[in-house]
Design a protein around this ligand. Structure first.
Ligand SMILES: Nc1nc2c(ncn2[C@@H]2O[C@H](COP(=O)(O)OP(=O)(O)OP(=O)(O)O)[C@@H](O)[C@H]2O)c(=O)[nH]1
Ligand SMILES: [Mg+2]
Length: 510
């Protein structure tokens, strides 16, 4: 029921809410003045997945005028559709809207020309076919990457943010099938990208067969709820995706405990918001835990588990630090590889020490610390350690949970900051790593910046980078490039040690 200003559409529940089907309902209403279907009519149709939306114009003389009918349109998700950005300009411009509008001079003509039942069933068939074909060859769920660009909350470019989020989604086992960027002054408090834009995203998801939305910004529990209710899609944010990758990669006992701790710390504030959306949240991709612990447990049990995990981690950490003290007593200098994820830290460790720790073209291949011995020129023996990679805005839950792993970096005599010199966003990543080092109180550690992957980088650009940051260039896959790096590292170390000895002597003198 409605009036001249609008219609109240009743709560439709989840009847026939599969993405391949239409709702089985048509909305027919009158327009008191001659006008086509409004943007709001079309948005409602899309959000509610109505079979059709129709507006009948009424005339001054009380007769019916033109009739406007719209229905959703399945558009096959072409290969080119992948990674396609539907930015604001894109949708206002040439892009075809995912619905069709039909106009009839009067009701009689409509009755002659339109068999709405036949149309609906053929549309449903088409929706279903697209969904089948778009998932046939792929494992995992398809996901749209969604980002609100406020022009300031990212210190880095939107492009690199999207690129990274897509890689993260892939790392978590999702199949990214499109990107949506929305420019706004601030994220909408309920729908993040705003209600109108969400309708657009929903249609995009129907066309591409996406089952999940991955948001670049961290979502509040209330936002997850509204988004899930509105779209019937799985709603994820960047933190969840990162947590999920960590959960999949954790191998060691410490690693698994740390990941579980981070997951619980992320979940607890969200558990208290008890709602149907929670089942979607916890059952979703972020809910895969390394242990048997299901995350669908009550807050109190979750809190107990957190205390237990913290205690256990502390015990394990104590054992590890005893081992470290022994090493330090023997005076073997420690060089720790740090850097953005996928920069090539593990590859370098392998190349330097002929080892075989896992190195792979994926984000967060390494979660556990490994150490190897290396003999430097002038017969100096050092220990090289490789550890978990960094990322911009590493979720605070993970920083907290990985505290002991990160604290081990404090034992290092020198950090080797490995940087992917072939990465166009390399400066942003250097800054992100250095900021994180500051945050974990390692900002004053001696650092040697190691520009890796010079085989992939442009020669002049790499040379500039190396000069600008006073670093050294290497390629982890070309052992010939290692010697200058080792020489420089040895020199640095001697300098540092020399300084240390000097201050020790000074202290003794005092
Ligand atoms: N071409 C080229 N590829 C490299 C080089 N160094 C590393 N890679 C590749 O880059 C990818 C990432 O290397 P990793 O050593 O796993 O990187 P990482 O820094 O340890 O990354 P995480 O452990 O995931 O944080 C792998 O596919 C390596 O083969 C290099 O110098 N040149
Ligand atoms: Mg690694």
């Amino acid at each position: 029921m409605g009036d001249a200003s609008g219609i109240e559409i009743p709560e439709l529940g989840r009847a026939r809410a599969g993405t391949a089907r239409l709702r089985g309902l048509r909305c027919v209403h009158t327009h008191l003045k001659p006008s086509h279907l409004s943007q709001e009519d079309l948005t409602d149709m899309a959000l509610l997945r109505l079979d059709a939306m129709a507006a009948i114009e009424t005339r001054e003389d009380g007769e019916t005028g033109q009739v406007h009918v719209a229905h959703l349109l399945p558009i096959p998700s072409k290969e080119e559709d992948k990674g396609e950005k539907s930015t604001e300009a894109g949708t206002n411009g040439k892009k075809q809207p995912p619905w069709e509008e039909l106009h009839f001079p009067n009701l009689a003509q409509l009755q002659l020309d339109l068999d709405i039942s036949a149309l609906t069933s053929s549309l449903e068939e088409e929706f279903a076919r697209i969904q089948r074909s778009s998932t046939r060859f792929e494992k995992g769920e398809r996901a749209l990457i969604v980002l609100v660009d406020t022009g300031r909350q990212f210190e880095r470019s939107v492009d690199s943010e999207l690129e990274e989020l897509e890689a993260l989604a892939e790392g978590a086992g999702l199949i990214p099938c499109g990107q949506v960027v929305q420019r706004r002054k601030a994220p909408d408090h309920r729908f993040v990208i705003g209600r109108g834009r969400l309708a657009d995203v929903l249609m995009h998801s129907m066309q591409t067969g996406a089952e999940a939305l991955v948001f670049a910004q961290e979502l509040t529990p209330a936002q997850v709820r509204s988004l899930a209710e509105f779209t019937d899609l799985k709603i994820l944010d960047r933190t969840q995706v990162i947590l999920d990758i960590f959960a999949q990669r954790a191998r060691s006992r410490v690693g698994k405990l740390q990941v579980e701790l981070a997951q619980l710390r992320y979940m607890i504030p969200r558990l208290s918001a008890k709602h149907t959306a929670m089942s979607r949240l916890t059952g979703g991709i972020g809910g895969r835990g390394p242990g048997e612990t299901k995350l669908e447990i009550h807050t109190r049990r979750a809190r107990d588990r957190v205390i237990h995990l913290e205690r256990e981690l502390k015990t394990l950490q104590r054992k590890r630090s005893q081992g470290r003290h022994l090493r330090q007593k023997r005076g073997v200098p420690i060089l720790s590889l740090v850097g953005y994820t996928n920069a090539g830290k593990s590859t370098l460790l392998n190349a330097l020490t002929q080892s075989e720790v896992l190195a792979a073209d994926q984000l967060f291949a390494t979660l556990d610390t490994s150490s190897r011995r290396l003999r430097l020129p002038r017969d100096q023996e050092v220990l090289i350690t490789d550890t978990v990679g960094f990322i911009r805005g590493l979720p605070k839950e993970l920083v907290g949970a990985f505290k002991s792993t990160l604290e081990e970096l404090g034992d290092a005599d020198m950090l080797l900051h490995v940087i992917d010199s072939s990465d166009p966003h390399c400066d942003e990543k250097v800054a992100a790593v250095e900021q994180l080092l500051e945050e974990i109180d390692l900002g004053s550690k001696p650092v040697l910046r190691v520009f890796n992957k010079i085989d992939l980088a442009d020669d002049i650009q790499a040379a500039n980078l190396i000069r600008r940051y006073d670093g050294v260039g290497v390629s982890g896959i070309d052992s010939e490039t290692l010697l200058p790096f080792i020489e420089k590292a040895a020199d640095h170390l001697i300098q540092i040690r020399g300084l240390e000895e000097k201050t020790e002597i000074e202290h003794a003198a005092i």
